[in-house]
Design a protein around this ligand. Structure first.
Ligand code: ADP
Ligand code: ADP
Length: 221
């Protein structure tokens, strides 16, 4: 589903990614690595927010450079994202849906109500985001990323700051999302992917230090 070939990204003098190649199927794939390893850089390239210095990416056979074709395929939840605290969950999702080019109000409404139910926020639809807990905000983040039913969901360090109960909830939500799409999850916490991702890659100083099954990775450790 995702073919990453010889991807390099340099910021002025610093090389954040160097010659990264990976193949990701329709699965939940884990991207591990310490802070500074290049995870966010890779995810931002995959989300078309950054242009690589070298290399190429194809998703479902479409080149990442083909913005118009590729954007609707991708849903992205950045590590830090801006939620408008004065809006309700419904208003926020409607705003994002309009931004994504969903022009028909009835279509937006239907999808938003469906997604709110998926992320267990139906009873908070009309509550202001400023009243939400961290876990609720993350779940709303997943709902906005899933608007438009993208084939690829990219999630960057999602469980930072969540309590254990919210973590489990969030993990279940991602597991469910991965039944019908490719999910790419970055984290520096191995426990986040243990129960979910069968295949993982480890980034270290911008390079792929390991790519394979989680069992193999645990065998090396
Ligand atoms: P992470 O917590 O995943 O390491 P960062 O905190 O490094 O993420 O990055 C957050 C944002 O700041 C990103 O948009 C990233 O591109 C930017 N950023 C990170 N490091 C630098 C840097 N040295 N100079 C400029 N921008 C940076
Ligand atoms: P991670 O997400 O694994 O923490 P990042 O992709 O955020 O890693 O960062 C990889 C490296 O690139 C870090 O050394 C970071 O400081 C650097 N970096 C990230 N964004 C920028 C930027 N906009 N300008 C300069 N350096 C950056």
């Amino acid at each position: 589903m995702i073919e990453i070939r010889n991807l390099t990204k340099s910021y002025k003098k610093h090389t954040a990614l160097q010659d990264v190649s990976l193949d990701i199927k329709q699965e939940m794939f884990g991207l591990l690595g310490p802070n500074g390893a290049g995870k966010t850089t890779l995810m931002r390239i995959l989300a078309t927010l950054l242009t690589p210095t070298k290399g190429s990416v194809r998703m479902g056979g479409i080149d990442l450079a083909d913005a118009e074709q590729i954007r609707p395929i991708i849903g992205y939840l950045p590590q830090y994202f801006h939620l408008y605290p004065q809006l309700t969950a419904l208003e926020f999702l409607d705003y994002v849906a309009v931004m994504k080019g969903m022009n028909r109000p009835s279509e937006r409404r239907e999808q938003i109500l469906y997604l709110l139910e998926q992320v267990n926020l139906t009873d908070k639809a009309r509550a202001k985001i400023r009243t939400f807990s961290g876990g609720m905000k993350q779940r709303l983040g997943i709902a906005q990323a899933l608007l438009g039913d993208p084939r690829v969901l990219i999630v960057d360090e999602p469980t930072a700051g969540l309590d254990p109960e919210e973590r489990v909830r969030f993990r279940n939500l991602l597991n469910q999302s991965s039944l019908s799409r490719t999910v790419l999850l970055s984290t520096h916490i191995v426990a986040d992917i243990e129960s979910s991702c069968s295949r993982v890659a480890v980034l270290s100083r911008g390079q792929v230090a390991f790519a394979g099954s989680l069992t193999e990775l645990q065998a090396c450790a």
